[in-house]
Design a protein around this ligand. Structure first.
Ligand code: DC
Length: 218
């Protein structure tokens, strides 16, 4: 069994940036589970499957394979063997992902893969249900959050820096809608594990959060 660090929290709390840095510091593998769900959502959109249709989505996910590999430390999502990293971060895929992530068939399809990755190696895994469902035995669990306004501000900045359009109010609204869906779904909702350490990153720098997590690792 590897050493497992689970980082859960809402969209835009900084999980992936922080998890990546913690993994690098410790020479652990970083596993971005959101990217796996995004890969499945992209498979549905690409095939014209209605994301409101649970049966059709579950069927599409059963037929599709998601694998991850690493190129120069970067996690690559392979959908049916094809690198889809360039397609899974659009607002359309984000919205579709939070819709399909509520379906138990979709979650079951990805759960074993996630568990397996953590069995074989030391990982920092981020998502919504890592500390509660995927790795309940994780050695260190963090619940990382920030206010919705701060998370929207960060996302807006990120998009503008990439030269993409970004409307703060719209982004904040989308973040709050996703929070609602992710927290209120029946299957594996976003929830702090009882033994997770709560960290609010609203007023902390990225490095302050990274150092805090490193200091918590036994
Ligand atoms: O972390 P992210 O923004 O890339 O996640 C995309 C969506 O996937 C988000 O709506 C929540 C969902 N998700 C999930 O349900 N369970 C996970 N372990 C990871 C992500």
């Amino acid at each position: 069994m590897g050493y497992n660090i689970a980082i859960d929290g809402p969209a835009g709390a900084g999980k992936s940036t922080i998890a990546k840095l913690v993994a690098k510091e410790l020479s652990f593998i970083y596993v971005d589970t959101g990217a796996m769900y995004r890969g499945m959502a992209y498979a549905c959109l690409k095939a014209g499957v209605d994301v409101e249709d649970e049966e059709a989505v579950s069927k599409k996910c059963q037929e599709s394979t998601i694998e991850i590999c690493y190129e120069e430390g970067e996690q690559i999502v392979l959908l049916n063997g094809e690198n889809v990293n360039g397609y899974i971060r659009t607002p359309e895929v984000s919205a579709a992902t939070s819709k399909i992530a509520v379906y138990s068939g979709v979650r079951a399809r990805l759960l074993d893969l996630q568990k397996d990755l953590a069995k074989k190696q030391d990982v920092v895994m981020d998502g919504r249900d890592i500390g509660t469902i995927v790795l309940p035995q994780a050695d260190l669990k963090i619940f990382l959050t920030a206010s919705s306004a701060e998370r929207a501000r960060r996302r807006t900045k990120e998009l503008l820096e990439k030269g993409q359009e970004a409307d703060f109010e719209q982004i904040k609204k989308e973040i709050e809608e996703r929070d609602q869906r992710d927290s209120n779904r029946k299957v594996s909702p976003l929830k702090q594990a009882e033994d997770a350490i709560f960290l609010d990153s609203s007023d902390l720098t990225i490095m302050e959060v990274v150092e805090k997590i490193l200091s918590l690792k036994k």
